[in-house]
Design a binder for this molecule. Structure first.
Ligand code: MG
Length: 260
C-alpha cells in the first residue's frame, strides 16, 4: 500500500480515511500504516445494562488500589475509580488465554476529536490492543474507533455510550502459539462485547497492533495486561480477569476405581 499513488479507489479511500481523526499526538509517531481495506462505518446499537462478575475472578482493580499494576501509583485514584495519567500501567501478573472485564468512562467533557478524544486501550499480552476511544458521535478511521482491534478490525457495531457514562468491555482472548523455533503455530483470536453487545467475533488477530506499520508476530510467552495512557484522562473501575484453561480429564484411577 503506497499512499503516494492516486491510481485506485482503494488508495483514495485510504487517503480520505487517513484524514479523519489524526491528532497532534499521533503526528509524533509518523504516518499511520493503512491496510487499504475501505471499511464501512459500523452501525450504532443501544447497549443494555451491565452484569456482576463471576466468583472465580482475579480482581485487578476493585476501586481500592492499583497494587496489581506496575505503574499504578502514577494514576489518580478517586472514589472507587482510577484516572489514566502519566504512563501506561501493566499487571504484575502475566497472562495467556483470558476472559477480561474492564469498565471505563470517557472524559465527560469531550475535548478533541478523532483519535485525540478519550483515547486509551487494553493491550492483551502487552501487544494486542482493543481500542478504547470516545466513539460517541466522534469520527475517526473505523478500525481505530472504540472496541476495534486497533488498526486491524472495526467493531461489528458501535455500541458506545456518551462521554462520562460507564461502559464495559468483555474480552475473550486466545493467545498465539509459537513452536520451539519461534514460528507462529496459531494466531491469537479475540472476541469482544462492548456494553454487552458483540463487537468482535473470534477475530483472527493479524499480529501486534502497530500504529505505523503492518501487524506482525514475534514469539513471546505470557505477558501483562496493559492499560494505555494516551494523554486523555479516561476513567477505569471494576477490572477483573479469569484465566481460561480447559478443565482436565478425570484421572483414570479416579474415573474407574479398582475393586478391593
Ligand atoms: Mg488507544
Amino acid at each position: 500500500m503506497n499512499r503516494i499513488h492516486l491510481c485506485s479507489t482503494r488508495h483514495l479511500v485510504g487517503i480520505i480515511v487517513l484524514g479523519l481523526g489524526v491528532s497532534a499526538s499521533d503526528a509524533a509517531f509518523g504516518q499511520r500504516w493503512i491496510s487499504g481495506i475501505p471499511w464501512q462505518q459500523p452501525p450504532v446499537v443501544e447497549p443494555g445494562e451491565d452484569r456482576d462478575p463471576p466468583s472465580d475472578t482475579i480482581v485487578l482493580f476493585d476501586g481500592e488500589n492499583l497494587d496489581a499494576w506496575d505503574g499504578g501509583d502514577q494514576w489518580d485514584l478517586r472514589d472507587g475509580y482510577a484516572i489514566a495519567r502519566n504512563r501506561d500501567i501493566r499487571t504484575k501478573q502475566h497472562f495467556g488465554d483470558v476472559q477480561l472485564h474492564v469498565e471505563f468512562a470517557s472524559p465527560s467533557e469531550a475535548r478533541g476529536r478523532g483519535q485525540g478524544r478519550g483515547n486509551s486501550g487494553v493491550f492483551l499480552m502487552d501487544r494486542y490492543e482493543v481500542q478504547i476511544l470516545d466513539s460517541w458521535e466522534n469520527e475517526t478511521y473505523f478500525e481505530g474507533q472504540a472496541a476495534s482491534i486497533y488498526n486491524q478490525a472495526p467493531p461489528l457495531v458501535n455500541a458506545s455510550r456518551p462521554p462520562g457514562e460507564w461502559q464495559t468491555l468483555d474480552i475473550i482472548f486466545t493467545a498465539p502459539r509459537f513452536d520451539d523455533d519461534g514460528q507462529l503455530q496459531s494466531p491469537a483470536y479475540v472476541t469482544v462485547l462492548h456494553n454487552g453487545v458483540l463487537v468482535q467475533n473470534h477475530w483472527e488477530v493479524q499480529g501486534v497492533t502497530h500504529f505505523n506499520r503492518p501487524p506482525d508476530y514475534r514469539a513471546h510467552g505470557p505477558g501483562p495486561i496493559r492499560l494505555q495512557h494516551h494523554g486523555d484522562p479516561v476513567k477505569f473501575r471494576n477490572i477483573w480477569v479469569r484465566e481460561v484453561r480447559q478443565t482436565p480429564a478425570v484421572e483414570e484411577e479416579e474415573a474407574a476405581p479398582t475393586a478391593p
